[in-house]
Design a protein around this ligand. Structure first.
Ligand code: ATP
Length: 514
């Protein structure tokens, strides 16, 4: 991570705390590792992101419905899903720094560094050859690049083998062979690699003695699978159709750093799309494209997203990729899109002894549907939004401001209503405007401090509009509308405010762009 980017993450973390977006959990007791609370502005931004996702997935797709399943599930669920036996991460410690890492992440980071080297070679050559440079040709012929590529392929094969065969000795050997050093101590003094199950468990008093250990769900997806028949039957759903859900998930992450990127309690927005066997790869491509469009519509810049295909496919998947976002820590997974075959439904059928199949009236046959899953972390989406929005600007008069350029439809507050002074009937006039607008927009009222100071505070929480009420307002019913990003100001009639704000702030306008 570049020094400068590391600083941006630090700044985003402290800004998020200072302005009521994200606080460390139980901070008065010095916090709890990788658990965070959302403050007064954070909860609004989070709710808006949820609504953008929910409305896109369920309202704009007539064949997708939502559910809200419980966090606790029958313990056999997690046997069937494979989580009890296989939801492990390989962990490794460095004896000198005493820091703990995920061995697979260390290896993936090492691969990313080799990929960076290839990119550097490409950049150098592009400069040297100028217009005649042919990227494809260079990548397939340059000896150094070929050497790097073969190292990447070999590493991927070894990683996949070690993970699939649960061979932790091979995993350690890979870390050693790649000469991976601990970023903190700089040494290669590694412990053996051990598997670590990520599920949190607790006890439930009222079920049979041998089954009283229950888990906090590590993903929301299983709540959808076990409700497949309930929803299909009661909703009279015809394949292809989807079930969407937003909810908390819990993972006892080995390495919980990087703020809300990797938390122990987090929220997922998942959708399982049930399709006819054999058609899954077509739908996989379809959802890849749809989900990327959802991201792009926010305007964070298409260059900040990329697909990353999984080479190490989970045993139940026949295709999988991530949508990576350019976080301050670099490109990292924001969303996963997985073709999960019929693994989950089939396994629940086996463990529950109940038939979980769909009768297809067109073919006159029953089958277990295949599943395409889209799974995005709400908190990662929050971090993507916040870090993309954060700007430090030097203004023409030499002063500085920090502004959050959050898309207006997602901004916690849409409009601030600000009487220029706290007298002469201006507060009363301002309150009247607020009373009129508050049913349609989240409005913020403030009459303390100089107007410039109040504008800065609104910039810092990302409020896209400020309406200033001054003495002229009392005579001609006009106000000043100030725009957050350009700081330009327009004079307009109070009666025109609603339509101007609606166009800019509504989720509907954002959804229509899709
Ligand atoms: P990673 O490889 O980063 O651990 P994953 O591949 O295990 O993630 P999935 O199981 O595919 O993640 O979960 C789907 C989504 O849930 C991820 O794309 C991510 O946005 C989010 N997510 C997963 N784990 C966490 C976490 N610990 N904190 C916050 N979000 C998470």
């Amino acid at each position: 991570m570049a020094q400068q980017d590391e600083n941006i993450l630090k700044k985003v973390v402290s800004h998020a705390k200072e302005y009521g977006f994200v606080f460390p959990s139980s901070e008065i007791y010095d916090g709890l590792g990788a658990v965070y609370d959302y403050g007064q502005n954070g909860v609004e931004l989070k709710n808006n992101i949820k609504e953008y996702w929910w409305r896109f997935m369920t309202q704009l797709h007539s064949n997708i419905v939502g559910i809200d399943a419980a966090i606790f599930m029958h313990p056999t669920t997690w046997k069937a899903s494979g989580h009890v036996d296989a939801f492990n991460d390989p962990m490794i410690d460095n004896r000198d720094s005493k820091k703990r890492y995920r061995a697979d992440v260390l290896v993936e980071d090492a691969i990313a560094r080799i990929e960076d080297k290839i990119e550097k070679e490409v950049e150098k050559a592009a400069k040297r050859f100028g217009e005649s440079f042919n990227r494809e040709m260079f990548l397939t012929t340059n000896p150094r690049v070929l050497e790097y590529q073969s190292k990447i392929s070999e590493t991927n094969v070894r990683l996949q083998h070690a993970m699939n065969a649960n061979d932790m000795a091979a995993m350690k050997q890979l870390v050693l062979d790649l000469e991976i050093t601990d970023p903190v101590s700089g040494t290669r003094n590694w412990t053996d690699v051990r598997q670590f199950n990520l599920m949190f468990s607790t006890d439930m008093g009222s079920i049979a003695e041998d089954a009283n250990k229950i888990y906090l769900r590590p993903e929301t997806a299983q709540g959808i699978f076990v409700n497949f028949l309930n929803v299909q039957k009661t909703g009279r759903m015809k394949i292809p159709f989807g079930i969407a859900q937003i909810g908390k998930a819990f993972r006892n992450e080995i390495v919980a750093r990087q703020f809300i990127f990797r938390m122990r309690e987090f929220e997922q927005m998942e959708m399982q799309f049930f399709v006819k066997p054999g058609e899954e790869l077509k739908w996989y491509e379809y959802w890849k494209e749809k989900r990327m469009r959802w991201h792009h519509a926010l305007g964070f810049g298409p260059e900040n997203y990329r697909f990353h295909d999984h080479l190490n496919l989970a045993h139940y998947a026949n295709a999988a990729c991530d949508i990576q976002f350019n976080f301050p820590m670099g490109f990292k997974e924001l969303e996963g899109i997985h073709s999960r075959t019929d693994f989950d439904l089939k396994s629940h059928e086996k463990y529950s002894g109940k038939k979980i199949q769909y009768f297809d009236p067109e073919d006159n046959q029953s089958y277990i549907p295949y599943v395409i899953e889209t799974s995005i972390g709400l908190d990662r989406m929050f971090l993507a939004t916040l870090s993309n929005a954060y700007r430090e600007e030097k203004l023409e008069d030499g002063s500085e401001r920090v502004v959050l350029s959050i898309p207006p439809a997602l901004a916690p507050q849409k409009v601030a209503i600000l009487p220029l002074v706290k007298k002469d009937g201006l507060p009363e006039k301002a309150e009247k405007i607020m009373d009129d607008l508050k049913y349609d927009f989240r409005c913020f009222y403030e009459d303390k401090d100089a107007i410039g100071k109040r504008y800065r505070r609104m910039d810092a929480i990302g409020t896209p509009f400020c309406v200033t009420v001054d003495h002229q307002t009392l005579t001609d019913d006009t106000v000043t509308l100030r725009y957050r990003d350009t700081m330009k100001q327009d004079r307009l009639k109070i009666a025109e405010l609603r339509s101007s704000l609606k166009e800019a702030c509504s989720l509907t306008s954002l959804l229509k762009r899709l």
